[in-house]
Write a protein that binds this ligand. Structure first.
Ligand code: UDP
Length: 254
C-alpha cells in the first residue's frame, strides 16, 4: 500500500502527490484497456516498460528544446513529473493511415500520408474521445488560439524527432497521441508536454516486416504484447533485463 495521497487513477497510470510542491508521482500500472474500457487485461511488466520507454523519449524530446513535465525516474514503475493543468485534448499525429483514420475515411491501413496530419480529440471517455475541429476548441474555450499553435508546432517537432529516432532502430512511427498541460511558474504560464509516450500511445511497425510493436497487439488479439514492448525497449538500448520478473507493487527499487 502506498503512503502517499492518490490524486487520480486512470486506465494505465495512477497519480500521487509528489514529495515537493508542484510535483506529482506518475505510477505505471500493468493494466491495458481498449475500446473505451470494454476490453481489459493485466499485462505483467507493461508498466515497467512504459515507464522506461517514456522516460527515454521525454528526455530526448527535452534535449531538442521542447518543455516536458518529466523530472526524473524514481524506480521501476514511477517517475516524478511537474504538476500541470492538463489541456482536455488528445493531440494525434499521423504519418501513415491506420486505426480510426482508415476506418473514418476508407483509406487502406498502411497508406503513407503525403504530409503529417495533426488531429484533435476531446478527452471525454463517455463520448468516446470524439474528433473535433480547432473551431470547437476555441468556441468552447478548451484551449486558446496560441495554445493550439504551440501544440501543433511542438507535435510536429516531436514527430520529426521520433520518426528519426525510431527509424534508427528499424521501426516506422505510424502515428502517436500526446497530451499537453499548462505549467504555472509564478507569473509565467507555459505549455508543456505531459502524460506519456510509449507503445500504448504510438503505432510502431517494424520497418522491414510491418510487424506491429504496439498496443494494437492487445486491441487486435495478436498476442505477445509485452514481448513487443520489450523489443522496442531493447532496440532503443533501454532495457536488457526481463520486465516480467518485477512484481506489480514494486516502488522502492530502481
Ligand atoms: N491513442 C491513444 N489513446 C487514445 C486514442 C488513441 O494513445 O485514447 C493513440 C493510438 O494508440 C494511436 C493514435 O493515438 O497510436 C491514433 O489512434 P486512432 O485515432 O487511430 O484510434 P484507435 O484506432 O486506437 O481507436
Amino acid at each position: 500500500m502506498s503512503r502517499r495521497k492518490m490524486i487520480y487513477e486512470g486506465k494505465a497510470k495512477i497519480l500521487y502527490e509528489g514529495p515537493e510542491a508542484g510535483t506529482i508521482v506518475q505510477y505505471f500500472k500493468d493494466d491495458a484497456t481498449a475500446f473505451n474500457n470494454e476490453k481489459h487485461a493485466t499485462l505483467e511488466g507493461k508498466g515497467v516498460l512504459n515507464n522506461r520507454i517514456s522516460e527515454f523519449v521525454m528526455l530526448g524530446i527535452g534535449r531538442i528544446g521542447i518543455p516536458t513535465h518529466f523530472l526524473k525516474r524514481l524506480n521501476m514503475r514511477e517517475q516524478l513529473v511537474r504538476k500541470c493543468e492538463i489541456i482536455p485534448l488528445e493531440v494525434i499525429c499521423r504519418n501513415v493511415a491506420a486505426g480510426s483514420m482508415s476506418k473514418r475515411l476508407g483509406i487502406e491501413e498502411g497508406t503513407p500520408l503525403s504530409r503529417p496530419v495533426v488531429e484533435f480529440c476531446l478527452k471525454n471517455d463517455e463520448l468516446g474521445d470524439p474528433l473535433i475541429a480547432e473551431e470547437h476548441i476555441t468556441a468552447f474555450n478548451w484551449a486558446t488560439p496560441l495554445e493550439i499553435d504551440e501544440m501543433i508546432s511542438m507535435t510536429l517537432r516531436i514527430n520529426d524527432y521520433l520518426c528519426g529516432m525510431f527509424a534508427g532502430v528499424g521501426i516506422r512511427l505510424v502515428d502517436f497521441k500526446v497530451e499537453y498541460g499548462r505549467h504555472f511558474d509564478g507569473e509565467n504560464e507555459r505549455t508543456i508536454l505531459a502524460d506519456e509516450i510509449s507503445p500504448d500511445s504510438c503505432r510502431l511497425w517494424d520497418l522491414e516486416t510491418d510487424e506491429k510493436l504496439d498496443k494494437d497487439r492487445f486491441r487486435r488479439d495478436l498476442g505477445n504484447v509485452t514481448e513487443a514492448y520489450a523489443d522496442v525497449a531493447r532496440r532503443l538500448g533501454i532495457m536488457k533485463e526481463s520486465p516480467t520478473a518485477i512484481p506489480a507493487n514494486d516502488e522502492a527499487t530502481s
